[in-house]
Design a protein around this ligand. Structure first.
Ligand SMILES: [Zn+2]
Length: 597
């Protein structure tokens, strides 16, 4: 009955909005409550959802279900609809399967779950999204049309929502607090009963205004979406088509023409907290605002304060989560110049500097490495690591924000490297066996979010390898070398990890199981002595690593033989020194490997 022909798959995918209205117009009035312009506005609002596999909810189904369903099908998402009227569910099922599923050759049940129950129920309502291990991106609220019920549903949704989510309201101009008297009186009128008088206490501010205030108070980033409904409802055929019952409803106070502008309202909310309710900078890991100050002396006399969270121990630069704007362009322009002291920013010099230490990284991956593996590195620089590992695997891929470095990797070395953020890349998901984040996580404004975003690139059973500087660096944890301390804490390092806090950060990402987290000492005993003697870094990265007596330690009349012997002894001592540091996690770096379950 509903298998009217609109066009083939390609035509539907090319004109989804027209197809949506084509399907909507097949619906009878009882299940077609929202105007066409609102249905299109819902579909367009969904385009603002960023998740790759969106989870879309609605309370109360009807024409909106078609919009959500079509969007889910086109974007590999899922829809969950709650409605206490079970016949709506089975009716929509027949329309959707004939009108949408048949031409698109898809299985309805893969995309849509209808739940004929109260949306606020603990065990069968919105809360079950959490049990299914989903995070919802969007909810269209269209059920009971009272403020009390709406707020109850909204709170259920917030509990299962993603970090960024969209709240969309139908009949947002309504002002009923506990009971929908207009609806009650319509039922009574049909039975020839007198209308009951609505008590004053039942009136509230319009839903859109209450919800807007509620969201603004609770979240720091709430954006009112400029929806297309407000521009288009004036010309909507739907209103003329159903004019007769609309006038009747208006007289009963159900549809108020004046307020129609607020019939549909929606907001995009980012729930990541920067500051708590009192404007205090809070910890990304536990939300606490209580801190101990570690230092306010930063490398190159930059302004900043490094603190340690009293509750969970994670160390951060104050304001870390707000750092995004300040970092704009940093990696592009001055990263190498500024960050690696004594190293020129040109790509080939940088490449030569870092190439020698890459073998050690490959060794750390070796236990998990197979010839058929595919490796993705985020923050791959000039490609030094990928160049070192590429003969041991089948495929390597880099992501690098610095344009020159990315170009060096792809053009000079022939290592596929994209010069854009991972979120804008079209790299395949669930594809890579290894994802490497070397000296990257400490720069992320929100390390939990970064790992959550990157994990989908890995296959099940794939490995995530993280290398970060260690907050327990011996030079700051048990030596007292002021010059080093003032060098160690640096902008743009936004977080400082210990094995424990690194594990806690990763435990916030579902499906990541730690295999090994260990400290390793990269710089030599000589480097530590150099700091203590001269109070400054050695000349190059390579010098820092080699346990070789530097020329400025030595007098002019030392024989080559003595020098060789001293360096041999030093090599032994350095070995023991590093073993001691590493076995106690007092090392300058941490390495962690996780497996995707
Ligand atoms: Zn904390």
């Amino acid at each position: 009955m509903y298998d009217f022909y609109f066009g083939n798959k390609e035509q539907i995918k090319k004109n989804p909005e027209e197809f949506l209205i084509f399907c909507k117009r097949m619906l009878p009035r009882w299940i077609n409550g929202i105007p066409d312009s609102e249905c299109i506005a819902i579909f367009r609002t969904l385009n603002l959802v960023k998740s790759s596999k969106p989870i879309l909810l609605e309370t109360g189904c009807g024409a909106s279900t078609l919009a959500l369903f079509l969007y889910a099908v086109l974007n590999k998402g899922k829809v969950f609809s709650w409605d206490t009227n079970g016949s709506k569910g089975s009716f929509l099922r027949s329309v959707i399967s004939e009108a949408i599923c048949r031409p698109l050759e898809i299985n309805l049940y893969e995309y849509w779950n209808f739940i004929g129950f109260d949306s606020t129920s603990e065990h069968a309502g919105i809360p079950l999204i959490k049990e299914l291990n989903y995070k919802a991106d969007f909810c269209f609220f269209d059920s009971w049309h009272t403020l009390e019920h709406l707020m109850k549903e909204l709170k259920c949704f917030e509990n299962v929502a993603n970090e960024e989510f969209i709240v969309a309201l139908d009949d947002a101009y309504y002002t009923k607090r506990s009971n929908n008297y207009a609806y009650l009186n319509m039922i009574r009128k049909k039975l020839d009963l007198r209308p009951v008088k609505e008590p004053k206490s039942n009136f509230c501010d319009p839903f859109y205004s209450v919800v807007q205030k509620y969201l603004n108070k609770k979240y720091q980033r709430v954006e009112k979406i400029d929806d297309s409904y407000k521009k288009e409802y004036g010309d909507d055929l739907f209103f003329r088509y159903f004019e007769a019952d609309k006038l009747a409803m208006e007289s009963l106070g159900m549809e108020k023409k004046r307020s129609l502008e607020h019939r549909y309202d929606c907001w995009k909310v980012n729930s990541v907290k920067h500051l708590d309710m009192n404007g205090v900078d809070v910890c990304v890991l536990c939300g606490s605002g209580d801190v101990h100050t570690i230092t306010d002396k930063m490398r190159h006399e930059k302004i900043g304060t490094v603190v340690r969270c009293v509750k969970c121990d994670l160390a951060r630069l104050m304001g870390a989560q707000k750092y995004e704007e300040k970092l704009d362009g940093f990696y592009e322009e001055q990263y190498a110049l500024h960050y690696f002291l004594g190293v020129k920013s040109d790509a080939s010099t940088l490449h030569k500097t870092f190439l020698p230490v890459q073998k050690d990284r490959v060794k750390k991956l070796a236990p998990y490495l197979h010839k058929t593996d595919k490796v993705l590195e985020v923050g791959s620089g000039t490609g030094y690591f990928l160049e070192t590992i590429r003969n041991k695997v089948t495929e390597v891929q880099g992501i690098e924000l610095n344009k020159n470095h990315a170009a060096y990797a792809s053009e000079v070395l022939g290592i596929p490297t994209i010069n854009k953020a991972h979120g804008n890349s079209d790299l395949p998901l669930a594809y890579y066996d290894h994802l490497c984040l070397f000296q990257v996580l400490e720069h992320a404004t929100n390390p939990i979010k970064l790992i959550r975003e990157l994990k989908p690139f890995l296959k099940t059973g794939g490995h995530l390898h993280i290398e970060v500087p260690n907050l327990l660096d011996p030079m700051v944890s048990f030596y007292d070398v002021e010059a080093y301390r003032n060098f160690f804490y640096q902008i743009p390092h936004l977080y400082y990890f210990t094995p424990e806090t690194l594990a806690k950060i990763c435990s916030k990402v579902t499906g990541l199981k730690p295999i090994k987290i260990f400290g390793f000492q990269q710089t030599s005993l000589i480097n530590h002595l150099n700091w203590a003697f001269w109070g400054k870094p050695q000349k190059s990265r390579w010098d820092c690593i080699q346990p070789v007596l530097p020329e400025d330690f030595l007098g002019s009349d030392i024989s080559e033989e003595t020098k060789t012997t001293l360096n041999e002894i030093l090599l032994d001592v350095d070995q023991r020194y590093k073993e001691f540091l590493e076995s106690n996690n007092f090392s300058d770096n941490l390495f962690a490997t996780f497996v995707v379950e």
